[in-house]
Design a protein around this ligand. Sequence first.
Ligand SMILES: [Zn+2]
Length: 249
Amino acid sequence: MNIFDQLSSHQWEYFASYYLGSQGYTVLEPPSVGPDQGKDLIAQLDNVTYLVSCKHFSRSQRPVYAGDECSILDRLIQHGAQKFIGFYSTCGSVSLSESLEADGVEYVIFDGLSIFENMMDVSFSVHQSLFREIRVVRAKTFGQEYRPLLCQCGCGSDILGSALSSSVYLALGEKGVNVEWRLDNHIDCSHNLIVTISDVENCFSLNSLNKIIDEHERILESASEVSPLFDEMYTTFLEVVHQMIYPVD
Ligand SMILES: [Zn+2]
């Protein structure tokens, strides 16, 4: 599964401009709307002007061939650009490299893998606005070691990676209020008084996570007894959930 599959071709172009910005480029012309004679973006770095061609073939999982990039030399001249950037969600084919070299074009190819490896440089708001499909949240750890959040019933299910819905809630145990997280159908309502219950998926957005934390804090303030393990448990929960929001530094 490719994290880029969730983007449309147009979103891919927007993402390219944000990404290049995060890599030090100045994007002079933002993504154009509609048919565009092969021009996607114009960017600059160190006084060099680049023609940036964005190709988003991750769903068809094929590389960009020489035939996909028509008359690059003409396009460079037309836009006063000195170098070419291929911004591809898959990769450039050998035929493309050969064609560029035969034409004497100086070029840089950003392929899906290298883009993915540097995605931590892209601002948080871009991640939040473009990459929000739950089924790819694992990929948001960007290659860092992934920590599962195991259902507390002891079944061993990772509630972050599960397709089943799961919840986080405050429960009143023998030692006071504590935090619990479980798959929804593993919540045992008979033993604990569930003080509040929130969908774990809501914790993947910083806004809604903060609302949940606020709500928990209000309840804690009025609780007569809080479990001595509460702080440690809550920290664990936030740390693990946080990897779904933004990579850990
Ligand atoms: Zn369970």
